[in-house]
Design a protein around this ligand. Structure first.
Ligand code: SF4
Length: 210
């Protein structure tokens, strides 16, 4: 099923981004992963290779994963947007809307125990009222997902403080995962106004791909 979605992404022309990108980046990893990492959109190296998080930010993510005993093959890594926006600009609302069904379907199949969002943009995709500096390192329940926001590795490469924060948040993941498995979910924010489930419902009334 993930392969079917990948095939659809490879021929997708639902938004303008496919015209300027070199390669689509559908996402990759363990289809049975308990942990899924979601970023914003492919960058330059990802666009060139068709693989997510393979540049400097990706190497940092792999280094931090190793500290909790994971290899990148153990998790699944993807982005909200599958083609690189020109000059790494923020994706536009119509591009997000067009691309959203792919991630929705991927997450349905993957059904991860925890989604680690990388950076501000990915957090706000799952939780529209999210604030990365406030919510990072805290488990949020949005819709049907357990979301654990952390800083984007690219931001951590630019700021020693963000690097330390990212590292300490990643180190929390095994404990958070264990709590989820034992049913001891401790959501830090009880005033979630709009989670991904709401977005899915909106989408049901709009457009679906599969
Ligand atoms: S970014 Fe998403 S919606 Fe736009 S062309 Fe690529 S796969 Fe299709």
């Amino acid at each position: 099923m993930l392969k079917e979605i990948e095939k659809s992404i490879r021929i997708c022309n639902k938004c303008r981004l496919c015209k300027t990108a070199i390669n689509p980046v559908p996402g990759e990893g363990n289809p049975d992963a308990e942990i899924v990492f979601i970023g914003e959109a492919p960058g330059e190296t990802e666009d060139q290779t068709g693989r997510p998080f393979v540049g400097r930010a990706g190497r940092l993510l792999e280094t931090l994963l190793a500290k909790i005993g994971y290899k990148r093959e153990d998790v699944w890594i993807g982005n909200i947007i599958k083609h690189r926006p020109p000059q790494n600009r923020d994706p536009l609302p119509d591009e997000i809307l067009a691309c959203q069904p792919y991630l929705t379907e991927q997450l349905k199949i993957l059904s991860p125990k925890i989604i680690v969002t990388l950076g501000r943009f990915a957090l706000s995709y799952f939780y529209s009222d999210g604030k990365i500096s406030r919510d990072r390192g805290n488990l949020l329940r949005t819709g049907r997902f357990n979301v654990f926001p952390v800083y984007h590795p690219a931001a951590a490469l630019r700021s020693p403080q963000m690097y330390r924060d990212l590292e300490s948040d990643i180190l929390k993941i095994p404990g958070v995962l264990d709590s989820i498995k034992k049913g001891k979910i401790n959501t830090s924010n009880l005033n979630l106004k709009k989670g991904k489930e709401d977005l899915d419902q909106e989408l049901d009334g709009q457009q679906r791909l599969f």
